[in-house]
Design a protein around this ligand. Structure first.
Ligand code: FAD
Length: 344
């Protein structure tokens, strides 16, 4: 079994607010581990609008979602957070003197305080509308590649025309028995370099492309044999079967609250209720900041999350260092804060 990781603070969600929480906690000597189901930091900013400019971040008249993420990472760097990507926090329970948290990959954490910075919930792959697909999930149908070996020497079918679909077509082609890419159009919205590589593999026959849509999965007991596809063949609109032992549909992501609903925290319309002095939930020691929380007057803005992170850190300090007298200090003039930041 994987070892249990001990940390002062565990942050659930690496969106802009979770990232700024690393910084605010660091200023009060609290070390953090950060978990996100995505494979990268930045939450909505990085996943939904990396190239769009944001105009209401204080002192940045304009900054893109990705640039803001990069700046927040740079600002948090002196505090050396440990990130755990591609994992979803499933359970959170109270123990003597803290909390135990477990992810869907079985990583376990023991933390003195937990900061839920889960935004709109965990990013979850969209499920294609195919009858009985649940029965194949985890055995033949996957929404992400976690173990390459599950695809070795298999007839792999990948659906989609974006970066994920193309990346996995290119990466699985060398090890799979065959790779077939299906998309509604013969046009791809992916990095030009990936599109060029795909065109080369199509030209030399190492990958097959089918224009069309999935209409049915065929197989039993979770073992997929083939899929039925509807699409143009020689000017006709036909339905036909294609061999497939593994299916990877990439239909985009949605945000779902997910397991947070089961943690026994007071919720108000799927948001976690908090107070506005500490941003603490109904469970002392569990804080909620950013888009996931609610309180009178809440504005779902990044700048609100930043303020919430600062007050949360002050309250968390009293739990992690009980009895320690905290002195209010400015980063501009405090040599102790500047030493922590590594600037002097
Ligand atoms: P998020 O960014 O949602 O990040 C939360 C992270 O937690 C996600 O990555 C999620 O996968 C992860 N997570 C959740 N549950 C789990 C779990 N159980 N296990 C593991 N990981 C989990 N705001 C502004 O202030 N100004 C703007 O101009 C602006 N423009 C926007 C434009 C668009 C198109 C959108 C969609 C939003 C915009 N917003 C804007 C809103 C802003 O993006 C959000 O307020 C901000 O992202 C909230 O940050 P967060 O860190 O609270 O949550």
């Amino acid at each position: 079994a994987p070892a249990e990781i001990e940390t002062d603070a565990l942050i659930i969600g690496a969106g802009p607010v979770g990232l700024f929480a690393v910084f605010e906690l660091g200023l009060v000597d609290i070390k953090a581990h950060v978990i996100d189901i995505l494979d990268k930091p930045g939450g909505q900013c990085a996943e939904l609008y990396p190239e769009k400019p944001i105009y209401d971040i204080p002192a940045h008249p304009t900054i893109t979602g990705q640039a803001l993420t990069d700046r927040l990472l740079e600002q948090a760097r002196p505090f050396e957070p440990t990130f755990h990507f591609g994992q979803r926090v499933e359970s959170l329970r109270k123990t003597d003197g803290g909390f135990e948290v477990e992810t869907d990959l079985g990583t376990r954490f023991r933390a003195k305080v937990v900061v839920v910075a889960a935004g709109g919930g965990s990013f979850t792959p969209k499920r294609p509308p195919l009858a009985g697909i649940e029965g194949f999930e985890g055995a033949s149908v996957f929404y992400a590649v976690r173990k390459i070996d599950a695809f070795r020497d298999k007839a792999v079918l990948i659906v989609g025309g974006g970066d994920s679909a193309l990346d996995w077509t290119l990466n699985l082609q060398p090890i799979a028995k065959s790779v077939t890419l299906i998309h509604r159009r013969d046009e791809f919205r992916a990095a030009p370099d990936s599109v060029n590589k795909l065109r080369e593999l199509l030209a030399d026959g190492s990958v097959r492309f089918i224009q069309g849509q999935l209409t049915k999965l065929n197989g039993d007991s979770g073992a997929l044999r083939s899929v039925t596809i509807r699409g143009p063949v020689g000017g006709l609109d036909l339905e036909y079967d294609v061999e497939a032992e593994r299916l990877l549909p990439f239909f985009g992501l949605t945000m779902k609250l997910g397991p947070i609903a089961n943690w026994g925290l007071n919720l108000n319309e799927n948001q976690i209720a908090v107070d506005t002095a500490r941003f603490e939930t109904s469970e002392p020691g569990i804080f909620a900041i950013g888009d996931i929380n609610t309180y009178p007057g809440k504005l779902k803005l990044i700048l609100s999350g930043f303020h919430e992170a600062a007050l949360m850190a002050q309250a968390a300090q009293k739990i992690v260092y009980p009895g320690k007298r905290s002195v209010f200090q400015y980063t501009t003039s405090s040599s102790s804060l500047q030493r922590k930041l590594g600037v002097i």
